[in-house]
Write a protein that binds this ligand. Structure first.
Ligand code: ZN
Length: 241
């Protein structure tokens, strides 16, 4: 089966549609969502609807749990908190119930999914470097774990107790190795590349591919400004950080 792994959509419908179209063209048969459907952007309800239509597994992110009161927002920065408040007013009871019902972790037959890390998933820890990743590898039963949260695509490998951090490039799973793959962000990339980021995983051929998809971010920016959301949330889309 060919899976599309998408994360950190952040209410950016243009980027989500562009990614789903690309995934379909590539032959993806299912989409798995690693959380943060909402927050920052101007179309939270439409993004939730679109994700629900796909019918795949959806893991909760910190912004998803924040809007339904399941996680503390005091550590969010000011504009992220403003966006959370605005988002709550845009969602139906059904949207909120859906987000509240998303689990923190999913264990599949050949892969695992979590938003931040396996080390206390509800503490929303970031895996930026080798030292962060080792605790999650020690908890990982499957050969590969897909994550999001930092909005920066990358791969960690684990063998014999040693972690290596690799740039995001396509690879075939090697025997004896475990992997953590950050699929990057659909709706708010932070690696200076403005294009939407996601991954494809073929669990039969055991291949992971990193994809970047251009989308009409000016349209997204206009919607953010029209909604009265903080200007920085529009600006950062043209900087990719
Ligand atoms: Zn995020």
């Amino acid at each position: 089966m060919l899976y599309a792994l998408i994360s950190d959509i952040h209410s950016n419908l243009e980027a989500l549609e562009a990614v789903l179209q690309d995934a379909e063209q590539e032959g993806a048969q299912a989409a798995l969502c690693l959380g943060d459907i909402v927050g920052y952007g101007a179309e939270p309800h439409a993004c939730i609807e679109r994700i629900r239509q796909l019918g795949g597994i959806v893991i909760a992110g910190n912004h998803d749990y924040a809007v339904c009161g399941k996680t503390d927002v005091t550590y969010f920065n000011t504009y992220a908190r403003q966006a959370i408040q605005w988002t709550i007013g845009q969602l139906s009871q059904d949207d909120l119930a859906f987000l509240a019902g998303c689990p923190l972790v999913y264990h599949g037959s050949s892969f695992c999914l979590v938003h931040g890390s396996l080390n206390y998933p509800d503490s929303w820890e970031y895996l930026f470097n080798e030292e962060d990743a080792i605790y999650t590898f020690r908890l990982l039963k499957e050969r590969i774990l897909f994550i999001g949260h930092s909005h920066v695509p990358l791969t960690f490998t684990f063998k014999g107790g040693e972690v290596r951090k690799l740039k995001p490039s396509d690879f075939i799973l090697q025997p004896g190795l475990q992997y953590i793959v950050n699929v990057g962000s659909v709706g708010q990339p932070r690696d200076t590349d403005v294009r939407a980021s996601y991954c494809l995983f073929d669990d039969v051929k055991e291949i992971v591919r990193f994809r970047r998809v251009p989308y009409h971010f000016q349209r997204t920016q206009a919607k953010i400004l029209n909604a009265g959301l903080p200007e920085i949330l529009a600006l950062r889309l043209q900087m990719g950080r």
